[in-house]
Design a protein around this ligand. Sequence first.
Ligand code: NAD
Length: 487
Amino acid sequence: MQNRLFIGGEFVDAVDGGRIDVLNPHDCTVITEIAEARAADVDLAVAAAHSAFPAWRRTSAAERGRLLLRLADAIEANAEEFAQLESLDTGHPIKDSRSLDVPRTAACFRYFGGIADKLQGDVIPVDPGFLNYVQREPLGVVGQIVPWNFPLMFCAWKMGPALAAGNTVVLKPSELTPLTTLRLAELMREIGFPSGTVNIVPGYGHTAGAHLARHSDVRKIAFTGSTNVGRQIVEMSASNLKRVQLELGGKGANIVFDDAVIPAAVNGSAFAIFHNQGQACIAGSRLILHEKIADEFLDAFLSLARSIRLGNPLDPATEMGPLTSPMHRDRVLSYVKIARDEGGEILTGGAAPDDDALGKGCYVLPTVVRANSDARVCREEVFGPFVTVTTFTDDDEAIAIANGTDYGLGGGLWTQHLGRAHRMADAIRSGMVWVNSYKRVSPGSPFGGTGLSGYGREMGFEAMREYTEAKSVWVNVDAQIPAWYPR
Ligand code: NAD
């Protein structure tokens, strides 16, 4: 297991020898300790990325793509190891790590491997006698800061487009979940990514993360995490006006209309909130039910929620694992108290499981709370297996409730009425909408939010644009055109 920083193609100790314990959220035992990057280490990583940039930028796009394609193959060849490590470190059930996290990571690197040499410029029709073309150029060193909820997959979402477009990278994983990122770095070295193109600096946010965000040699910060830290990143970026891309929190509305196919809506809505223990920015954390079907829906939904198998993430039968850290478990449970204080009704869950085998871990039962749409639990991101239920009577009310938060990331609609589906998809203020499904993602489809959910888009061609800037080149192709002051 790699547990040191990855800088300039080598695994190295931290300059001042700092270490961080990495916990197994199943029982809170220490898996390993890793080197802790601080400002001096970030400086070394940025310097390595800076020296690697000119050559990487000049490497043909096809060759950059080929390395990313090889990386995708190598991840698949080591899929089981990645799945085990991700589950151990994050608490993701192993069946999810095997079927979602690892394949999606490989698919994302493969997509950007394929797209690397397909990013074209434009020729603009301008005045006769002139040629104007626009080429897209990489930015330089980009800093990437990722959270702990999908650490491996987010490496692909962030590094894939950045590297394909010719940037070099300094990535700071969450201090809580660095293990698969470091293993990825090891594979990248074996495959032949040139030294310094990718540097990994696990460390705390307020030290390593903040130093990266402020660094004057970093041209862009791509950040995934909480809205509060996102705001700080914007302030820190001001020193050299680096570009900022923010993937922040969410409070996904999941609306079930009275014409929905109820069993499908129940199943999809459970996935929307309980997959990954609800630790997903796009989680469908607000169930908004038409009053006509609310009772029928809730009967089935609550019995499904109560039947979810909690357990050791490494057990293939486990459907929900622990939350990723004790701190986070306590935060999620604090929202149960907030819900009660606000007059909410806990329909199921609302506690840690009463089970000796899980007692030392970060487990929380699937929790369903009936609450008013203006309650704190309906407006603030809980980021756990915690879903609120409110009801509506007509489409306008559903939209008003759905748009009643400052977030705008993902939202779901369950209806068989084609016109309603399109009308509602148009009316919901969010970066992504799913109709009769939830939480679908694909490397080709733009991902991101609006409002307090941030700005910028990951994945697809949008992501390649985010990691490049346009240069407009004017060529006078007609020697006869007089200059401004003919002599
Ligand atoms: P967080 O904001 O606390 O931390 C995210 C990352 O930022 C970590 O690597 C952390 O070390 C670093 N960080 C913390 N303070 C920092 C600082 N002052 N300067 C620079 N870096 C700093 O978030 P979290 O608790 O790790 O993750 C959960 C949050 O992430 C949730 O709000 C969730 O919605 C959001 N999220 C958003 C998306 C999206 O795509 N929109 C995806 C996943 C998670």
